[in-house]
Design a protein around this ligand. Sequence first.
Ligand code: 6R9
Length: 655
Amino acid sequence: MAETPRPNPQALESVLVENRLFPPPEDFSRRAHIRSMEDYRRLWDEAEKNPEAYWGARAREELYWKEPFQTVLEWKPPHARWFVEGRTNLAYNCLDRHLPALKDKTAILFEGEPGDRRKVTYGELSREVNQLANGLRALGVKKGDRVGIYLPMVPEAAVAMLACARVGAVHSVVFGGFSAEALLERMNDAGAKVLLTADGGWRKGAVVPLLDNVRKAMPQMKNLEHVVVFQRTTQGSLRLEGKEQSWSELTQKQSDVCEPEWVESEHPLFILYTSGSTGKPKGVLHTTGGYAVFASLSSRWVFDLKKEDVYWCTADIGWVTGHSYVVYGPLMNGVTSVIYEGALTHPGADRTWELIAREKISILYTAPTAIRAFMRLGDDIPRKHDMSSLRLLGSVGEPINPEAWMWYRDVIGGGRCPVVDTWWQTETGGIMLSPLPGATPTKPGSATLPLPGVHTEVLDKQGKPVGANQGGQLFITRPWPSMLRTVYGDPQRYVNTYFSELPGMYFTGDGARRDDDGYFWLMGRVDDVVNVAGHRLGTAEVESALVAHKSVAEAAVVGRPDDLKGTALVAFITLKKGVGHSPELKKELATHVGKEIGAIARPDEIRFAEGLPKTRSGKIMRRLLRDVASGKQTTGDTTTLEDLNVLAALRSDEE
Ligand code: 6R9
């Protein structure tokens, strides 16, 4: 363990002075899939020299192909097709491929928030998936149809995704924390004809009323034919109405054998909505073969998965991390994946550590915001538990500050577990930048280096690489198998959002720099996307929710750095004529946003203003508002401000 801090009094940001280096522990490396930087470089060079040979070989190793492919990549920028002629099925690759060998092995280790537990073996999971898949077919679901999934974190969430994949239906998972309105928008955009949901789910001791939300939105769901309801939180028989039917009744009468739909490699697998810089969320579309190859490979390399691992990724399946690293990646690798339903600190601060100790969890993958929350609760809570089963720790979703990284490593990992800080996005489908734990020396706060076959660069606006330690924008310069294929229903938006900054290169929307060793340090979004407690939100989405309120004339939402959440949301609001400021109205507006989008989007602070600072062309000066929100002195040029009084008013509101 090398620790050589280099003091740098000029740097204000702690990441800029971060210079500690932690080589992988020797005994970890000895047993790892990738054991040294030489191995890493060899793979990287191989991929660099002949990408098609490299990816073709990986694709043949990772997946069972019913029909082989001949063409590895067809790249007509910005459109890629991978493993073109191949046919496969992802549910088959997650389940049947492991049978009968793993039939009694736990595939999903489930723990409900109230404390109920269930182990679902690969054999059982396969039968449940087949029954639901047959049930979907009985409801008329065919290859290519869209199916909505709005479920709590229960094994049935994975069953639902896999059943869709089995019949070639395209799933669209909507996070259970989203409101009726957000669900409606996503269901209609995808044109989903079936919705798989539950009566509710447990979170912080209360029931999340999923079915109530569905019922609110249902009359306006344009393509909806059936709602299948899993019973999680109520006892006795559920009163179902209209298009609703019971999950257990539907599945019980189905055979547990179901011939998979052998789909083309480029057949759509799922749509997942994510926030962008405009008000409307984007339906990121992923297809089957390339996504599967990369999810499988990256899971094994980054988490060094071994068959005896008990692996816990705490993400909800409503996010991409839940897709790739709770369900598909771990199951393709035949490991035990833990699904925990509720809040990590419910009913007490020990919940997470108690679960790790009891189930002998070996790999933990969570978000910086959770790590910071644990850190605040104090070291003595995790230290009370025997967490010697842990061998690897992962982080995802937002930049991790070096303090949180060190705490994670020392207090949770006992100083012996490598920490992998993984950078990626809904659009990338899988991890792009991350240490490989047996090979890459880590630095607290850095996502280190790209996976072999991934080409990332920090470029300036003209597309030139910036020098070491210079800030720029992060691009992915070559196609990769799990890249998004389009924005569902809006192909032009795919081109405009991701490929119009620099032709042929994927624009991530993140700022970054590389240090002298070529390590990548992520600096946050450069667009109007904010990351609140690891949840990605568009400021425009929150603004459009706010202006939908009868009292609001104009709204501007910006992020402000927050110790716990990474970023907190601050909304600047001008009210309609005759509407008075009041604390009650602030509360009402926050509740309104919760209703329009979901609790994660509620502004942390609302400020009323007489007007918003705008340029002469009428653009809201967000940079200025960000400075005001964070209490920083404004350093930028404000001479174009339409009305400097507006700024003065915002400032005085602060006092
Ligand atoms: C997987 C996921 C993507 C955005 C991304 C970036 C931020 C994710 C990060 C990270 C720094 C990391 N982000 N991982 N920033 N370090 N290790 O989170 O997908 O919800 O689409 O968010 O999250 O800003 O652009 P998604």
